[in-house]
Design a protein around this ligand. Structure first.
Ligand code: PLP
Length: 389
């Protein structure tokens, strides 16, 4: 496969892009919601074109070939032997988080249940609990070297008789942590000791920036934890096909799987047929493209970290995965950090949405040129602020 030119900008204006439409007619660079600005790989475009040319778009299931592809992928990447019956196709991971919360709370209808959720976290974890009338026990993350890791002691101490599950995120959004096998083992031991379920959101698992880390699905650690887990994955972040709405849950435990399917029944529509075609192409023909994309965002990450850490008041730790930077702006003493940078022409996600107003989250899944411009605007804004202009 020839080298993909990720430097080539794609004009996303007037495409109803959530990311870009927010700032239509404003000179603000969109560096917020988590999709990248890159075109999907040619193999996906070709698969979609072929499907469209067929011309009939009736109700469609995932093919046996696609299910088998997932089974083989889990074996190849993670040495995790799954069965194709364990796979449940869903139109999105937020949807999967919500179905999981409803299914898990339905397992213990007699109690006012709560779930454990790491803090900070991608906001739809908390809303999934809220929509399911389940309380949230926030689990702080602590800094281990340069990595934010869930605090194991706090995790265990937060468990009450009403706790039903942990909603876990690995790789973590927003801190970019990829958990080690040892850390997962500790989490698994705690959860098994208390007989808890886990919904493990692993949507960012293909985008490992640090060559020394590997992703390990929590459910793959051992059979016991596998029986307690709902694993959520998708090709959406990896191949920039979030708009095609195709994701899947892997649930080994038959009763849990039936509860999950029951909670979705009649409410959650089946996956769009184009999503299935794109996913099959992504997982069978796009490994090299993904390697190149990961290398590109990894270079963006390194550049961004160097530049951010040279701006007074801003601090960025290395991220092990994905294209989202969690930037500590506390030393800059800004009342409303996201509004400050938006005013300066850079649209970031407020850290408060993830649970910490001392931070902003910045999407660096874009061309280097755009990133350089964003960093320049941020640096200029802070410089002016320091000069009291
Ligand atoms: C951790 C995590 N889970 C879920 C999602 C959203 O997934 P979906 O678009 O499939 O609902 C995102 C998107 O940013 C995410 O970062």
């Amino acid at each position: 496969m020839s080298k993909v030119d990720f430097n080539q900008p794609v004009n996303r204006h007037n495409t109803s892009s959530v990311k870009w439409e927010r700032y239509t007619d404003q000179s603000v660079l969109p560096m917020w919601i988590a999709d990248t600005d890159f075109k999907a790989p040619d193999a996906i475009l070709k698969a979609l074109t072929q499907r469209i040319e067929h011309g009939v778009f009736g109700y469609t299931n995932a093919s046996d070939e696609l299910n088998q592809t997932i089974v083989e992928r889990m074996q190849r990447l993670y040495d995790w032997q799954i069965n194709s019956e364990w796979i449940v196709w869903i139109p999105g991971l937020v949807c999967g988080l919500n179905i999981s919360c409803r299914a898990l709370s339905a397992l213990s209808p007699e109690i006012d249940s709560n779930v454990l959720i790491p803090d900070p976290i991608y906001p739809y974890f908390n809303s999934a609990a809220k929509y399911s009338n389940v309380a949230v026990n926030k689990i702080p993350m602590s800094l281990q070297g340069e990595r934010w890791v869930v605090d194991f002691e706090a995790l265990e101490a937060s468990i009450t008789p009403e706790t039903i599950a942990l909603l876990f995120c690995n790789p973590h959004n927003p801190a970019g942590t990829v958990y080690t096998v040892d850390e997962l083992q500790k989490i698994s031991d705690i959860l098994l000791r208390h007989n808890l379920y886990i919904c493990s959101d692993e949507i960012h698992c293909d985008l490992l920036l640090d060559k020394n880390v590997v992703h390990t699905p929590l459910a793959s650690l051992n059979t016991e934890i596998g029986q307690q887990c709902i694993t959520l994955m998708a090709p959406s972040k990896s191949f920039n096909i979030a708009g095609l709405g195709c994701s899947f849950a892997i649930i080994a435990n038959k009763d849990l799987r039936h509860k999950f399917q029951g909670a979705a029944a009649g409410i959650v529509p089946s996956v769009n047929l184009l999503g299935y075609s794109a996913t099959l192409a992504a997982y069978t023909q796009c490994d090299t493209w993904l390697e190149q994309k990961t290398a590109y965002i990894s270079a963006n990450h390194d550049y961004l970290m160097q530049e951010i850490n040279a701006i007074p008041g801003l601090k960025m730790l290395p991220h092990q995965a994905t294209f989202l930077a969690w930037i500590d702006v506390s030393a800059a003493k800004l009342d409303n950090p996201a509004a400050f940078f938006e005013q300066a022409g850079v649209g970031l996600s407020p850290g408060s949405e993830f649970g910490d107003n001392n931070y902003v989250r910045m999407n660096f899944g874009c061309t280097k040129e755009l990133l350089v411009e964003a960093v320049t605007r941020m640096r200029n804004a802070i410089t002016k602020q320091l000069q009291g202009l």
